[in-house]
Design a protein around this ligand. Structure first.
Ligand SMILES: O=C(O)[C@H]1O[C@H](OP(=O)(O)OP(=O)(O)OC[C@H]2O[C@@H](n3ccc(=O)[nH]c3=O)[C@H](O)[C@@H]2O)[C@H](O)[C@@H](O)[C@H]1O
Length: 449
């Protein structure tokens, strides 16, 4: 048994050891805490630095990639520092006297990539903006981006609803023009994801106009409206003076809303605004969600294709318009766009406000489109003729383009068979389809491009 003095000695010793240990623990844990705080702070600084230009607001852009914002291009210019700004300036600087400096929204898209290239080729400066959403295969958008980069056209990855980013771009470059083509496209998809149309076509457009109205100088804006605004209009061919207050789809309604919003910003702030009503644009580098594109894929894969008919058994028809004609129309609209008249958010004088049809003036039934594809692909399609579902489609489109002809010489020159031939040639090359298709399209190689 231990004697009392011994016990108290032991107690004191134990208590001493406990104190030492707890101090050590305290020291160790405060060191750990300090290191963790330092690490978190470093990480935050790093993230903040890498994340500029600001990452788009995912909540307002339901289609954005959620995986990574650092793609192979933007990762080269992370930080929003001088290298990034230099790249932007280089891309947007014109190389011809009195050339434009154009911000092209939706530059990774079908019409956006073609227009960017055409502008660059004639000596204008072009900066792209695109959120590379996943509405359709983003690999195709990345290929278009790579193609543009070869021509020194840089696309900033970001969203229209990212006000800070837009303002930053205008800080770096005093754009003379904006070609606004970014949008949530597709008539039927609006029933699946209505909010994406509101986010891109309405909120995104307003966000862009808010920036455009407040910068100095204000740019002139040319933007993509749609033939779908004619909706249930029964007068043919469609003229700009016809009714557009009966949209058949939410897509059409958001484009019509865009036209009204354009009116407001023109009226209050003196922004020069031109809306272009595109009629079912098709061609190389096109959109995989469009009928001509997925029909081609399905026919080659031996899958059935649905050909819509109206309730009264009429064939559904479209004024299919070839991409090169649309590009000419876009450039014509840019060339004739007058300057905006406001500054510092204040209108100084009335400004230009225009709307034009850009179509082909020659509607073709969808059945005929399929026949042309069959002959180009040398494959018989499995055709299912069905009643047009109630999905926002309209039975017929037909453009009257006399206004665009008068104002900027717009004259479509490519018929559907010629345009589809060029599309099929691109399609088989792009997707590496080695088949008799190649033979069929071989002759086109000489006369196209
Ligand atoms: O001009 C526009 O403003 C719009 O053009 C385009 O819409 P649409 O004219 O509807 O093109 P698209 O889908 O290729 O259908 C073509 C035809 O095939 C029919 N169609 C379609 C699918 C099907 O399975 N079967 C079928 O017959 C269908 O009924 C239609 O008659 C753009 O997508 C849109 O974003 C917008 O820009």
């Amino acid at each position: 048994m231990a004697s009392p003095p011994d016990t108290s000695k032991l107690d004191r010793y134990n208590s001493y050891i406990r104190r030492v240990n707890s101090t050590k623990l305290l020291n160790a844990s405060s060191k750990l805490l300090f290191r963790a705080t330092l690490l978190i702070a470093l990480l935050l600084i790093l993230l903040f630095t890498l994340n500029y230009p600001p990452v788009a607001d995912h909540a307002s852009s339901p289609h954005l990639h959620t995986t990574s914002n650092f793609n192979f291009l933007s990762s080269a210019f992370v930080g929003g520092g001088s290298a990034w700004e230099k790249q932007i300036r280089h891309s947007a600087t014109p190389r011809r006297p009195n050339g434009f400096s154009v911000l092209v929204t939706g530059a990774g898209g079908f019409v956006g990539s073609h227009c960017s290239l055409a502008l660059k080729k004639r000596g204008d400066g072009v900066l792209g903006l695109d959120n590379f959403n996943t509405y359709y295969d983003p690999t195709l958008k990345r290929s278009r981006q790579a193609m543009l980069l070869k021509h020194q056209i840089f696309i900033v990855e970001g969203d229209l609803n990212d006000d800070k980013l837009l303002r930053k771009l205008f800080d770096v470059v005093p754009f003379t023009h904006v070609l606004h083509l970014a949008a949530q496209a597709g008539v039927r998809y609006a029933m699946q994801n209505p909010q994406s149309y509101v986010a891109s076509n309405i909120a995104g457009f307003v966000s862009l106009l808010e920036v455009c109205k407040s910068v100095n100088p204000q740019p002139a804006i040319v933007w993509a409206s749609s033939s779908s605004v004619y909706g249930l209009n029964t007068q043919n061919p469609f003229s700009e003076s016809h009714r557009t207050d009966q949209p058949a789809s939410l897509y059409a309604a958001t484009k019509k809303a865009g036209e009204e919003i354009a009116h407001t910003y023109n009226h209050i702030y003196g922004l020069s605004l031109t809306g272009l009503r595109f009629f079912t644009v098709y061609g190389p580098w096109g959109r995989p969600d469009m009928a001509y594109f997925f029909f081609t894929k399905d026919i080659l894969q031996g899958k059935p294709v649905n050909i819509y008919q109206t309730v009264d058994d009429k064939e559904v028809a479209r004024d299919f318009t070839y991409i090169d004609d649309i590009v000419k129309g876009c450039l014509g609209a840019l060339d004739t766009a007058e300057k905006s008249t406001g500054s510092g958010g204040k209108k100084k004088a009335p400004a230009q406000l225009r709307v034009y049809n850009l179509g082909n003036t020659s509607p073709v039934p969808v059945g005929k489109l399929v026949s042309i594809l069959e002959s180009l692909l040398s494959v018989k399609a499995k055709k299912h003729v069905i009643k047009m579902p109630r999905n926002g489609d309209v039975p017929y489109t037909h453009a009257n383009v006399s206004l665009a002809l008068k104002d900027f010489g717009y004259k479509p020159t490519t018929d559907l068979a010629t345009g589809l031939r060029k599309f099929v040639k691109w399609y088989v090359n792009y997707y590496g389809i080695e088949s008799r298709v190649k033979k069929e399209t071989k002759n086109v190689a000489e006369d196209s491009d």
